[in-house]
Design a protein around this ligand. Structure first.
Ligand code: AN7
Length: 355
């Protein structure tokens, strides 16, 4: 009996040799009893992808992507990133023993992710521009220098990310009615959809969940395309959100996300930064689940859809929470009361507890 992990599903993955692995996947599926009860949703779950080796779901894509880089004889790897992709590429590049170059939008990457990319030995370049510009530049760099590009336009990354859906079905023992993901570059929602389509064509499942994409209100090109019935997603030229992981104006997998949502009767919704941060605190304080802001967007989106009466109360809903709380400690310090500092005597301590 194989453990719950990415490579449990190796027959559905393209790697033929020994994978570059850190035992990624096998992440917990938590029942959100309290938050679900508040929303009138008794079957609400969170798949905590922050419990991967580098603290986000990106490890699922990188274990396959970097394994393929080795299999294809590539000598170095690169990506542009809002942070988690770069952290994960640094980790798996180190594991594989090949150099990694990462391009980050200057001043817009959570400190935990920068720390990981630096400590794991990537060449970290900070671009004075946004993620979309960094992606253009890394694409050009890889073409001219023969470096292997591992952004989510690389299909091997999405192959690994398919396994999120596989694990959820193994854990639930059924196909959930609805699968909710935060959407930035739209690689993850597209990957999960592709994987479930494959299970259906192999006869393992007979229907798909409603694929539901949640974006930040200040960076929601996919939501707009769904609302306006567009065939092509129009870029948001100046994406802005506290959820820097999904601060992406021109999602490279946008049209795949439209297919995933439309083919399954799903939907897309936008949530404000306040709704995101409120849900981040609720998940931490009511369920003991610590996630970074972008990850809380998926559950915040469900709360919004429930308030709008868009959900059946008996739906089994799985929200993917994509990154660990520790990735973005500065967003915590900004929104929480600071520690109470006192003199080291019991009187001061007892007084502080009364405040
Ligand atoms: C925590 C977290 N939650 C959600 C997303 C959105 O996933 P996609 O819709 O597949 O892009 C990201 C994406 C991050 C990057 O795109 C990057 O790291 O460069 C993330 O880090």
């Amino acid at each position: 009996q194989r453990p719950l992990s990415v490579w449990r599903y190796r027959e559905l993955l393209p790697v033929t040799g020994e994978p570059v692995t850190l035992q990624e996947g096998g992440t917990p599926l938590y029942h959100l009893k309290k938050l679900g009860a508040e929303m009138g949703l008794p079957h609400l779950y969170a798949k905590h992808e922050g419990m991967n080796p580098s603290g986000s779901f990106k490890d699922r894509g990188m274990t396959v992507g970097v394994s393929m880089a080795i299999q294809l004889g590539m000598k170095s790897v690169a990506c542009a990133s809002t942070g988690n992709t770069s952290a994960s590429l640094a980790v798996y590049g180190a594991r594989a023993g090949i150099p990694a170059v990462v391009l980050l939008p200057a001043g817009k990457v959570a400190i935990g992710k920068v720390a990981q990319a630096l400590m794991h030995g990537a060449k970290v370049i900070s671009i004075r521009g946004n993620f979309d510009r960094a992606l253009e530049m890394v694409h050009e760099l890889c073409l001219s220098e023969g470096i292997y590009l591992l952004n989510s336009i690389n299909p091997y990354r999405l192959e690994g990310q398919k396994t999120i859906g596989y694990e959820v079905i193994d854990q639930l023992g059924e196909v959930p009615d609805r699968f909710v993901l935060p959407v930035g570059n739209a690689g993850n929602i597209s990957a999960v959809y592709k994987g479930l389509r494959e299970l259906e064509s192999l006869g393992f499942i007979d229907h798909l969940p409603k694929m539901t994409g949640i974006q930040a209100a200040g960076s929601a090109p996919v939501v707009r395309a769904i609302r306006e019935g567009l065939a092509v997603v129009e870029a948001e030229m100046s994406p802005e959100t506290v959820a820097t992981a999904i601060r992406i104006g021109a999602p490279v997998n946008a049209e795949k996300a439209l297919v995933a949502i439309r083919e399954t009767g799903g939907t897309a919704e936008a949530v404000t930064d306040e709704e995101i941060l409120c849900m981040q605190r609720d998940l931490a304080r009511k369920e003991g689940i610590g996630v970074e802001p972008a990850s809380a967007a998926s559950v915040a989106g469900i709360r919004k859809l429930a308030e709008q009466g868009m959900l059946d109360r008996d739906e089994t809903i799985v929200c993917v929470v994509t990154g660990h709380l520790l990735k973005d400690p500065e967003s915590v310090i900004r929104q929480c009361e600071p520690p109470i500092e006192i003199d080291a005597d019991m009187q001061s301590l007892l007084a502080a507890l009364q405040r």
